[in-house]
Each structure stands twice: as structure tokens, then as C-alpha cells.
Design a protein around this ligand. Structure first.
Ligand code: COA
Length: 637
């Protein structure tokens, strides 16, 4: 079955040892017309996610705890682990259950993971779950420029959509192996829907007829914009510009209630408010139109003026949560899987709801769109008259008004609480670690470990996302960046009693240990999802939860004070997200060849943390690590 795909797809980066390989710009579809069944054939050729051996996970779990828990705690946990994995014990029973589940499902993990990590996670999606993406500043600074750029952006997304619809997207590779492409089919025409205890995601892409409109938000008002002509061809950039102008001129005043702000609420509150909102027929029709739309496009108003140095940080605020109700937080529908955001001043980016996909497919789509907007404009065919875009109406009862007011207050508190700092580290990028024959990602992760250790004189549980897309319907596992090797490295780095040669040796060992954990994770052999699976199996089998999962060390291992992710791109952009614990940091980075973009977030309500301080400490750590290598004759280029 692989044969068909091999013949039809563009093969890129097959020989590469590692690294997620994206097709080069502009992505050329493998065929101009539909290749029906290609997607399914590709998917069926992918391996299934394995269940790692029980003993291996137990051993590796203890190793992962060593640098982050006390000696006494570790001793106790070792006893629990022994008991859990003993012959004929509960661990073996759960392992058998998991293996059976793996035989009977396409992916034993994905459904549980989406449910637990997203749909049953009740914190607001805004800041706590949905990442923002900051694009480079675009070349316009007024309403007219905003509209023209928005029109090109829509055309670019529709161009990419053609490849999804035709099943002609070039397959991506990681470490020479083909990746699951499912997430690309989940991001357009889909939307999260709030529930009372659990949310769901609706995907209209495969419904018949499939959606032909996007929703444009301007001044917190929603409009349906049909983006295809009646003959099925996409609207031209001129046609789109005209329609966007019409939308802007019929939504000048900010006189309506910002209904979209409801999507920023705690999920239980939004779930209750949602039932009430859609009781009304008009409201239901309006919400349906948003949910069914291909994506939303938010034409933003101004944001507070900031210095040039703070520009990217302010743009990150705009993409992550809109800045609060006096700025753009009401100009969104945060449940929508994909929202493009365009300011009048040339600030652009996106926000996406995380349940259907990880960052890399979103970034691949956006890379394509940005490249598309840079193409010289073609001569446009004569304009066909079009009906005006339809405004979506909402009837606001006193109860809905109360919900909106409550959502506004909570959103403003959250906006006040979030501190975010975006920096462009310009001294070097992937080039330097590569020159020293080190994995750039591992090098950056070790710089983060060093920065954190210098600030707090301790190591903390650290999460880095690893792609499981080598497997069918694969999502992510955790790379635990804090290891005994990383702890030895950071503890020695500023120790005047240690020789440089020894420090270099410890750095190399720490970098290698990280890369080896990465390989283990992307091959489905990491510990975190396996442990989660064993716990979920106990729930499914209606067994009492094993003590291992009630242990303080397990809670400590999951309290990620550093939650990190690499999201690489062709465009010079950076993704950003909030911390996952109140006293933690969220760190997302995009390593380019000669520089690295970082977005660091923390909460102001936590006195211990400070995004700017960590960002500075990371810069210092990267420079000091390079200096050490340069000074040491052993670490030759
Ligand atoms: N010497 C020289 N070069 C090396 C090297 C070494 N020892 N080790 C790696 N490299 C090179 C690679 O070949 C690659 O080259 P390229 O730039 O030409 O592609 C480059 O350095 C980058 O490799 P590395 O830094 O090791 O990272 P990676 O690209 O393999 O990525 C992960 C590592 C963990 C980020 C990746 O496997 C992954 O899982 N990505 C998905 C994460 C995700 O889903 N994030 C989003 C969550 S929302």
C-alpha cells in the first residue's frame, strides 16, 4: 500500500538523520487534481503506537525522578514501583489491558489524551491551552493595507485548503520516517464546543456540502463571508478586498455586546452559558455559522503603544489573548480551531485551539500562507457582483448579558496576570551547536536548564513536547529535559573548582542524554503517556488507582515549572503559550539557522517567577555555553 504513496508524493528529506522536514515553499501539490484515497492509503501504511515494556518504563521513571525529588521520597517511590511491577501484580494486569487496547484501536493513546489533556481540562482555553503565533511585522500600517493583506491571506489559506481537499499535501518526515498527516484534516472547518463537564470538537470539513464560508470578526461583530463563487472557484483577492471593506464599513461602531468573550471563560461556566445562549434560534444559527466556518479572521483594532523593543511581546499578548476587553479580547471566538489575527498596524498572527492539532501542522499552513501573500499579484479577472456579507445577530437576554460581564471581568484579570516576553536571540542559531556536533534542540534545552538553575539553585520537572506522528493518529509524548546528566552539568557550570574540560565533558553528556531521550520519545518509548495509559486502564477496569499514581513524587514529576516546546518554521515567527502551573514558565522557541526566537511567559501573581528574568538568563546561558566551547581546545569546531 505504500507503493501508491511513494509514487505520488514529493519525497523530501528522506536521507536526513533527524529533524521534522517540511516541504519547501511554496508547497507544490503532488497533483493538481484530486487523488482520492491517497490520505487513507498513507495512513494505513503507518505503524501503530507501541506499548513500551512495563519494566523499562518503571526503571526510566525512577531515573527521571532522581534529579527532582529528595532522597527519602525516591526511596519510598522505589518501593511503590517494586510493588507495582512485581510478577502477578497490578502493573502486569494493567499492561496486558493496555496491550489488548492497542490491538483493538488505531491508537491506544490518542482518544484518552485528547479527552484528558484538552476536552476535560476545564481551565479557560485562552492562555491556559490555546497557543498564539506571532508573525513578522507585515508591510502595511493602515486600514486599507490591513484589508488588502487580509484578502491575500484568505486566498493563501484557500490555496492550502485545495491540497487538503485534493489529498495532495506532500507527506512530512521525521528522522527519515513518514509522519501521520491526520492533523491537517482536523484544523479547517472545525470548532470546539463547550460542555458541562467535557467539551467536544465538531469537524464539518467532511460534511456534505462542506462549508464555503469564513467568519470575519471586526469590532467584536461577526460576519459570514462566502469565499467561493457559485462555480466553485475561490474569490479573487479583489473580490475578497471588496467584501472585507463592506464588512468594515458596516461594523464601525463598537455598539454590540462582545459575545465572543464568553469563549474565554472557565469551561464549566461557558458550558452553562452556552446552553442558555443557544436556546434562542437566532443565537443558535449565529453560533452554528461560526462553528461551521472554514476559519475565523479577526480584523483587530489598535493595541497599546509600546517601545520597539517590546513590540514582539505586545504582539504575543495580542495573539495569545487580545489584551483584555478594552483592546481585542472580545474580537475573537476562542473555541474556533484556527483564528487569523490582523491588526491595522501590520501586526499579524494566529491563535489556535489545541484539541485537534499540535503546532507544527498549523505552522506549516501559516508558512504557506505567508509565502503566498508575498507572491506578486496576478491580473485579476473582472469583478462579478457579489451579495453583501451577512452579519450574524445575537439576542442578548439579561442572563446572557450577566454572563458576558462575568467573562469580561475574568478575562481582564487573566490579561493582567499574564507576563510574556518575546526575544530574538541574535548571536547564533542552530549553526553553533551543529558546528560542535551537538543537537541544537538539546543544546537549547540545556541552556534552559542552566538558566533555571542559576535563578533558583535547583532543578525542576521540565516538559518538552515530542512528536508521536511517526505513528498513526500520533500526538505527543514528553521529553523530560531534567536528567541526572543535565543536573550534573548545571551544578558544575559556575563551580570555580571545576576545570573547563570537565564542564565541557558534562555539557556533552547532558546534550547526548537529551537527544537520546528525544529519540526514545519520538519512537514511542517515553514514560509519561505509558504511565498515564496504565492509570487510565485502572480507571477503565474499575480498579482502585495504584498507589504509584497517588505518590507525592508522581505529583512533583507532573508539576512542570518549565513547560517548553520547539515549534520550527520557515517564516521568522514564534509561537507562545502560558505556563501550565501557577509558579511556572511557558517557553516556546523557534531555532532558525543564525538566530533563535523565544517566547517566555509567567504569571504576575507568582512572586517567584518573572518572564523577562528567565528570558535574560537563557540568553546569558546560551552565550556562556558557547564561550566555554570556544575556550576549550577539546571541543573543536
Ligand atoms: N550534529 C550536527 N547536527 C545535528 C546533530 C549533531 N549531533 N543533531 C542534530 N543535528 C541537526 C539535525 O540534523 C537537524 O538538521 P536540519 O536543521 O538540517 O533539519 C537539526 O540539527 C535539528 O535537530 P535537533 O535540534 O536535534 O532537533 P529536531 O529537529 O530533531 O527536533 C524535537 C527535536 C523534539 C523538537 C522534534 O523531534 C519534535 O518532536 N518536534 C515536534 C514538537 C511538537 O510537536 N511541538 C509542538 C507542540 S504544540
Amino acid at each position: 500500500m505504500w507503493g501508491i504513496c511513494r509514487r505520488t508524493m514529493v519525497k523530501v528529506g528522506m536521507a536526513k538523520p533527524c529533524g521534522l522536514t517540511k516541504p519547501s515553499h511554496l508547497v507544490k501539490p503532488v497533483s493538481a487534481t484530486r487523488v482520492a484515497g491517497r490520505y487513507l492509503t498513507h495512513q494505513q501504511g503507518l505503524p501503530q503506537l507501541p506499548v513500551p515494556p512495563l519494566q523499562q518504563t518503571c526503571e526510566r521513571y525512577i531515573m527521571a525522578l532522581e534529579p527532582i525529588v529528595e532522597v527519602d521520597e525516591l526511596k519510598y517511590t522505589k518501593e511503590l514501583v517494586e510493588d507495582f511491577q512485581k510478577a502477578g501484580g497490578v502493573g502486569e494486569r494493567l499492561q496486558r489491558g493496555l496491550e489488548k487496547r492497542a490491538c483493538n484501536t488505531e491508537n491506544w493513546l490518542s482518544e484518552w489524551w485528547v479527552r484528558l489533556a484538552y476536552l476535560e481540562y476545564r481551565m479557560p482555553v485562552v492562555v491556559h491551552s490555546s497557543p498564539g503565533l506571532v508573525l513578522p511585522h507585515m508591510n502595511f500600517s493602515d486600514k486599507q493595507g490591513q484589508i488588502r493583506f487580509a484578502a491575500k491571506l484568505i486566498a493563501g489559506v484557500l490555496d492550502f485548503k485545495t491540497m487538503i481537499d485534493n489529498e495532495t499535501l506532500p507527506v512530512e518526515y521525521l528522522g527519515g520516517k513518514p509522519l501521520c498527516m491526520n492533523q491537517y484534516y482536523e484544523v479547517l472547518s472545525s470548532c470546539r464546543v463547550p460542555g458541562l463537564k467535557r467539551d467536544s470538537v465538531v469537524n464539518h470539513a467532511r460534511s456534505s456540502p462542506s462549508p464555503k464560508h469564513i467568519v470575519v470578526v471586526n469590532n467584536s461583530q461577526f460576519f459570514v463571508l462566502d469565499v467561493y463563487n457559485s462555480d466553485g472557484t475561490p474569490l479573487t483577492v479583489d473580490q475578497l478586498s471588496l467584501q472585507l471593506k463592506r464588512i468594515c464599513s458596516s461594523s464601525v461602531a463598537k455598539c454590540t455586546e462582545p459575545v465572543g468573550i464568553l469563549t474565554t471563560q472557565h469551561r464549566d461556566s461557558w458550558g452553562r452559558a452556552y446552553i442558555n445562549l443557544i436556546k434562542d434560534k437566532t443565537n443558535k444559527e449565529s453560533v452554528d455559522a461560526i462553528q461551521r466556518s472554514i476559519f475565523t479572521l479577526c480584523l483587530d483594532g489598535a493595541m497599546p503603544a509600546v517601545s520597539e523593543e517590546m513590540y514582539r511581546s505586545s504582539a504575543a499578548v495580542q495573539m495569545l489573548h487580545g489584551g483584555g476587553t478594552q483592546w481585542n479580547s472580545g474580537n475573537r471566538w476562542f473555541d474556533k480551531t484556527l483564528q487569523f489575527i490582523i491588526g491595522e498596524d501590520g501586526t499579524c498572527g494566529a491563535n489556535y485551539e489545541h484539541a485537534p492539532a499540535e503546532g507544527p501542522p498549523i505552522v506549516a499552513l501559516i508558512d504557506h500562507v505567508v509565502e503566498y501573500t508575498r507572491k506578486p499579484e496576478m491580473v485579476q479577472p473582472p469583478m462579478v457582483p457579489l451579495p453583501s456579507p451577512k452579519k450574524l445577530h445575537f439576542s442578548i437576554t439579561p442572563e446572557i448579558k450577566r454572563d458576558i460581564e462575568e467573562a469580561k471581568q475574568n478575562m481582564n484579570k487573566l490579561a493582567q496576570d499574564l507576563d510574556i516576553r518575546v526575544i530574538m536571540f541574535g548571536h547564533f542559531g542552530k549553526n553553533i551547536p551543529k558546528a560542535y556536533k551537538m543537537s541544537p534542540d538539546a543544546f537549547i534545552q540545556m541552556a534552559l536548564q542552566l538558566a533555571y538553575y542559576r535563578m533558583y539553585q535547583r532543578c525542576c520537572a521540565t516538559y518538552e513536547s515530542a512528536s508521536l506522528r511517526m505513528f498513526r493518529l500520533g500526538r505527543t509524548d514528553t521529553i523530560r529535559s531534567t536528567s541526572s546528566a543535565s543536573a550534573a552539568f548545571v551544578k558544575s557550570f559556575d563551580d570555580p573548582n571545576k576545570q573547563n574540560a570537565e564542564k565541557v565533558d558534562l555539557m556533552e553528556k547532558a546534550v547526548k542524554a537529551h537527544r537520546s531521550y528525544t529519540n526514545m520519545a519520538i519512537n514511542g518509548q517515553a514514560i509519561d503517556r505509558h504511565l498515564l495509559g496504565l492509570k487510565m486502564q485502572a480507571v477503565d477496569d474499575k480498579l482502585s488507582i495504584p498507589d504509584l499514581f497517588k505518590d507525592a513524587a508522581y505529583a512533583k514529576a507532573l508539576h512542570y515549572q518549565l513547560s517548553t516546546s520547539q515549534v520550527p518554521s520557515k517564516t521568522d515567527c514564534v509561537m507562545c503559550f502560558g505556563p501550565v502551573v501557577p509558579n511556572g514558565y511557558g517557553v516556546c522557541y523557534n531555532p532558525m539557522n543564525n538566530h533563535i526566537n523565544f517566547a517566555v511567559s509567567s504569571f504576575n501573581s507568582c512572586e517567584e517567577t518573572n518572564a523577562a528574568d528567565l528570558a535574560q538568563a537563557v540568553e546569558d546561558a546560551l552565550l556562556d555555553m558557547r564561550k566555554l566551547l570556544e575556550q576549550n581546545p577539546r571541543a573543536k569546531l
